[in-house]
Design a protein around this ligand. Structure first.
Ligand SMILES: NC(=O)c1ccc[n+]([C@@H]2O[C@H](COP(=O)([O-])OP(=O)(O)OC[C@H]3O[C@@H](n4cnc5c(N)ncnc54)[C@H](OP(=O)(O)O)[C@@H]3O)[C@@H](O)[C@H]2O)c1
Length: 285
């Protein structure tokens, strides 16, 4: 598996596996087992997905050596208070059954982010977290966090797909040495119309690949890591099989034309979204 070198020297797999919206008991464990068997080594979970226990169980049962795995989790914003963030990470470690987490992210830039970051910096220095980063941070929040803290975030995980290519955010991340990771790389609920785009269909036909593989390849070819989610074994295998072909510059240009720079989920700069976050449900603290 190709990797991305993070700003602290850690190597992160370019293609990982997402576990959001795996709500039936056992579904996450089974899907992660399929993913590990298919060759994924990066598994993305979060306190608020309620999947940390099943991710940990699948990893433990896989027989894969710990150092080959790359487990990402995320702190939920209700834990953004000094000391509480730390305590919540210790609970994540327990649920995952791990001695360390490879990458811990601040899930959303709400509440006392700076207190949470100081806790993460402490856990990073102790070695309980191998890398720390953020998610849903717009470039202004990212630069501010870097300017007024000691450990720069290794990753910013933001909604990125053909309809929301995040070109400006990508430039800021590159400038500050932060790795860009795409969540919802298949467009989540807009997947069907994305797969019908003429540029996607033409590239899929030209390379003997599926529309999903083209959508993911477009991102990794820009140096962006992807974490597609599926509960179907055939799709799980399909989504990792994207490193053996290369889109031409003309195909990349045609795919760039699909961008309307509009996130569906990661709109942390919209006051209505920030307002509504106060009522978001919390699954696991
Ligand atoms: N940091 C954040 O705030 C944040 C937010 C959202 C997501 N994430 C992370 O990013 C991961 C990926 O994002 P996501 O799950 O929201 O969306 P996604 O990966 O873009 O899309 C998942 C959807 O695509 C379907 N699918 C998967 N592979 C397919 C294929 N080859 N062909 C056709 N359909 C396919 C899945 O259905 P089936 O499962 O039925 O196959 C599911 O409905 C999440 O699981 C989570 O780990 C992070």
């Amino acid at each position: 598996m190709e990797t991305v070198r993070l700003n602290n020297g850690a190597e992160m797999p370019l293609v990982g596996f997402g576990t959001y919206q795996m709500t039936e008991p056992g579904q996450c464990r089974k899907s992660v087992e399929e993913a590990l068997a298919a060759g994924y080594r990066l598994i993305d979970t979060a306190q608020n997905y309620g999947t940390e226990r099943e991710v940990g169980a699948a990893a433990a049962g896989s027989g894969i050596r710990r150092e080959e795995l790359f487990i990402t989790s995320k702190v939920w914003f209700r834990n953004h208070r000094e000391g509480e963030c730390r305590a919540s990470v210790l609970r994540s470690l327990e649920r995952l059954g791990l001695d360390y987490i490879d990458l811990m992210l601040i899930h959303w830039p709400f509440g006392d982010v700076y207190a949470a970051w100081r806790d993460l910096e402490g856990l990073y220095r102790e070695g309980l977290l191998r890398a720390i980063g953020v998610s849903n941070f717009s470039p202004d929040r990212l630069v501010d966090l870097i300017n007024y803290n000691e450990v720069p975030p290794a990753v910013d995980q933001v909604e990125t797909h053909l309809y929301c290519q995040q070109r400006t955010a990508h430039e800021w991340m590159e400038k500050y040495g932060v790795a860009h990771q795409a969540y919802a790389p298949l467009g989540q609920s807009r997947i069907n119309d994305m797969f019908a785009l003429p540029a996607v269909r033409a590239a899929a036909q030209a390379h003997g690949k599926t529309p999903a593989q083209v959508a993911l390849r477009f991102l990794v070819q820009r140096g962006i890591s992807v974490i597609p989610k599926s509960v179907h074994p055939a799709r799980i295998r399909e989504n990792i099989d994207i490193l053996d072909f290369r889109l031409t510059e003309a195909e990349m240009e045609a795919l760039r034309g699909a961008d309307n720079a509009a996130p569906m989920i990661g709109t942390a700069t919209d006051p209505k979204r920030v307002e509504s976050a106060k009522n978001w449900t919390t699954r696991e603290l």
